[in-house]
Design a protein around this ligand. Sequence first.
Ligand code: URA
Length: 445
Amino acid sequence: MNIVDIIEKKKSGKALTKDEIDFFIQGYSRGEMPDYQISALLMAIWFKGMDNEEIANLTISMVHSGKTVDLSRIKGIKVDKHSSGGVADTVSLPLVALVAANGVPVAKMSGRGLGHTGGTIDKLESIPGFQVEFDIEKFIEIVNRVGGAIISQSEELVLADKKMYSLRDVTGTVDSMPLIASSIMSKKIAAGSNAIVLDVKVGNGAFMQSLEDALVLSKTMVDIGNSLGRETVAYITDMNQPLGETIGNSLEVIEAIDILKGKGGMRLSGVIETLGGESLKLGGKAETLEEGKRIIRGSIQNGSGLKKFAEIIEAQGGNNNIIKDISLLPQPEFKFVVIAPLSGYLHFVQTKSLGRLANFLGAGREKKEDKIDLSVGVVFKKKIGDFIDKEEEIATIFANDKRKGEQAALDFLKYIEIKDEQTKPLPLLYYRVSKEGIEKLFNEG
Ligand code: URA
């Protein structure tokens, strides 16, 4: 077998066999194939796709590129959560703490920023001292003792995803259904949880632009999870505007703290409540989704989620004084305010461009070896349908490069549209996909 033949085969649109998939995944993980050949193969997959059998074989091969975690020593139903990637998608940090605070162990494996989207691991690394790579024993020990931990792929765990993830990030091959499904599900399977909650984003800031594509991705991942004995539920949620109010790593950590203090915006809180409630239901701590959501809200109100977040930070080597003193997080040198040029209703947001704007400031990578700037980003609190006054301060750009900050403040206005006529707020949740089927959660029109 040889890698060039495999690239040619996929380029001509044929399905790869299990052996061919194992050959390139294990070979690349062992360092036997150069990045340029795997980049070509990833691009061929991007163009030609994969059938369900190929995606399942790819996922399993990626799981076997490293060790797998056996969480059976931890009592209870262990739950993991993952997002398909969005902008201002600050769900995981508060959610892990809130679910763990209610006695459902959360053993989460996350990724870094990908394309225009942010990554949980980069966000967590803005906390001074926070460690994201542990050996399996330590990971299990933290989940057991504290109730929750978040780690990244590593040499030991899903090495194929660690390598391909950073390659996809800089080769325009992120937004591919088979590559997203296998990347997410390989991490979830390897991390060992019994139940998995997926947040599949749809819209102009997501990798899936249409509800049809988001449903295919959701169904594919739900089927892979359930067929491997992990109860898997996916929610399709809106990404036609930034979910939260901040884009950028340390800014999103600050927003996560605000959420846990009950000071978060409605849309971000809404997704956290739903996915957190579902996690509690899957973890056996709530009879219904509504009960789960009530418990999550209660843990925000009584401060137990925030307390758990502090414990997780400490257990992973981070300085949890950031909760009381956010100035301990990386700070940008410059701030630029964006002023509304006219009054009217916020009608449209080009969300992917706002994610790219944060990357332009340094929050994401253009090349694999790029070091990101954890302090920079954008604060934008307006949501579609909100009224804006002329000359109102609508956004703030945080930068360490004055020229880039000035440029970003000008570019920001190209990515939003303000109109006279009132615009309806967007739905937040579209579908719930589980082994029972597809449930519609919104009203059209
Ligand atoms: N999250 C992942 O882990 N992988 C992807 O490909 C996209 C989002």
